[in-house]
Design a protein around this ligand. Structure first.
Ligand code: XMP
Length: 517
């Protein structure tokens, strides 16, 4: 792999993704990694990420000096660039000036490996306090700005390169070109990592892990469980049983998508548990959001455990016990949970919506090394329906937390209709890429007066909550075109009985959360 050394800012994951977008496999490692550990991973390239603003800061993250002695082509970015300069005998000036944001940069674009083929004048994205004042001996200076004389350097012989700007962010116009030049030209790494290879590799790995044992998987209808299940199906076929719990809180058409389209595309053996009555009975009379969540989580575990007991009995009868459970853990979860790389444990993730933690199974996690967009690409390559692969995030408790008030059958039907209209119009307007997700919420306990035809109405409001986000931790409300909002509003108020008003949620997160409950 190409190792991306994480100096603790938010940039390492972005860099790792950009490297992969250049069709080169990358992994993130903490800056505390030793030279021996790096050598053991046999990297074909190293990228040092950005970090705090100054190498002179108290407690500034350092890098084992042996790493730059390993003979591995290395690209330093921002803080990584300065660490490189400092360790290789250059000079980093503690200027106190800050260069921040879009910056006019002049590049040396003769046929040098790093910047060759790039425009001589371009806008790059800067965010640094200190500057490299003198490049290390044997290095050529390749770029400068009005305030930063050494904004990029290279030493072809040693395979060392660095840029002061952030090529991984989109504000650096030609940033991806810098990363690709480093990988393909400077380090000579071929562009040969793609979804096809990942599938082949994961299938082989799953076969080796699972052998002839049986596997179960909880399908939620979401992207991660759909793709991980499809990969395991590809690897071990009928040894896998997928369990899909219909809790009655799904959106229109979701059960059919899983039962028909998904099964047709994958050939997976599917058991659907119809638990609608059980869930709705348990939710009767409940209005408190946390209580709803608890009930839904509890009932989900019960339904899954029942299915599990049946399957275990069946498997025992034919002598092939169930030993494995598929889980759709993604790479960001692995990185953020420490992932065996030695980074601090920021948070532990539990990925399958509320599955019991004491399951007696070994986990199969074929998406552990992948980012979400890569998971989608693999899903497409595996021939999964676009409605599933392109799906926006949908919470485990489903529409149960999008009805403010008691959850009933009628209200669910009503919300499903409104939600289907909103989704249809947003897709028709080509807005799916722009929107992270758009919860549609029913204010079941609120009524307002309206007029329709000749008569007075007294109906419920529907809330549209379109948000833009990178990771759902923070979000902003999406500025949807008025004509699209108008179409959604007209259709919902005309087509959905008992709804006479559509309102738009214009709150960012924080202070609002994305979901209403
Ligand atoms: P909030 O409402 O906290 O949501 O801003 C952040 C993201 O998480 C999703 N969400 C959930 N996903 N189980 C899930 O699997 C849950 O209980 C749950 N609650 C919220 C929400 O849709 C958004 O993407």
């Amino acid at each position: 792999p190409v190792l991306v050394v994480d100096f603790g800012a938010q940039y390492a994951q972005l860099i790792a993704r950009r490297v992969r977008e250049a069709s080169v496999y990358s992994e993130i490692v903490p800056h505390t990694i030793t030279a021996d550990e790096v050598r053991a991973r046999n990297p074909i390239g190293i990228v040092l990420s950005g970090g705090p603003s100054s190498v002179y800061e108290e407690g500034a993250p350092s890098l084992d000096e042996g790493i730059l002695q390993l003979g591995v082509p290395t690209l330093g970015i921002c803080y990584g660039f300065q660490v490189m300069a400092q360790q290789l005998g250059g000079e980093v000036a503690h200027t106190g000036h800050r260069e921040y944001g879009s910056t006019e940069t002049t590049l040396r674009t003769d046929d040098n490996q790093l910047l060759g083929g790039q425009p001589e004048h371009q806008i790059t994205w800067m965010s640094h306090g200190d500057s490299v004042a003198v490049a290390p001996e044997g290095f050529e200076v390749l770029a400068s700005t009005a305030t930063t004389p050494v904004a990029a350097f290279a030493n072809d012989e040693q395979g060392f390169y660095g840029v002061q700007w952030h090529p991984e962010v989109k504000h650096s116009e030609y940033g991806q070109g810098v990363i690709e030049n480093f990988l393909h030209r400077a380090a000579g790494i071929p562009a040969d990592w793609n979804s096809g290879n990942v599938i082949a590799e994961q299938v082989a790995r799953i076969r080796e892990q699972v052998g002839s044992a049986r596997v179960i998987s909880a399908l939620s209808g979401g992207v991660d469980s759909a793709v991980s299940t499809a990969l395991v199906q590809q690897a071990v076929g009928d040894q896998l049983t997928a369990v899909f719990v219909d809790h009655g809180l799904l959106r229109q058409g979701e059960r059919e998508q899983v039962q028909n389209d998904y099964v047709a595309a994958t050939g997976v053996r599917l058991v659907t548990i119809d638990a609608v009555d059980t869930f709705l009975d348990a939710l009767a009379g409940v209005t408190d959001p946390e209580e709803k969540r608890k009930i839904i989580g509890r009932e989900f575990i019960r339904a899954f455990e029942q299915a599990e007991r049946d399957l275990i009995a069946e498997a025992a009868a034919d002598g092939q016990p169930i030993k494995f459970l598929v889980q759709g853990t993604l790479y960001p979860d692995v990185v953020e949970s420490g992932g065996g790389t030695g980074t601090a444990n920021i948070k532990s993730h539990h990925n399958v919506g509320g599955l019991p933690e004491d399951l007696q199974f070994e986990l199969v996690e074929p998406l552990r090394t992948l980012f979400k967009d890569e998971v989608r690409a693999i899903g497409r390559e595996l021939g999964l329906p676009e409605e599933i692969v392109g799906r926006q995030p949908f919470p485990g408790p489903g529409l149960g937390i999008r009805i403010v008030g008691e959850v009933t059958r009628d209200r669910l039907d009503l919300l499903r209709q409104a939600d289907a209209i909103a989704r249809e119009e947003l897709t028709a307007a080509g807005l799916d890429q722009e929107i992270w997700q758009c919860p549609v919420v029913l204010l079941a306990d609120v009524r307002s007066v309206g007029v329709q035809g000749d008569g007075r109405t007294y109906g419920h409001p529907i809330v549209l909550r379109p948000v833009s986000s990178e990771d759902a931790m923070t979000a902003d409300w999406t500025r949807l075109p008025y004509d699209v909002l108008a179409r959604i509003s007209n259709r919902i108020t005309n087509e959905v009985a008992d709804v006479n008003r559509v309102v738009l949620d214009v709150t960012s997160k924080p202070p609002g959360t994305i979901e209403w409950e």
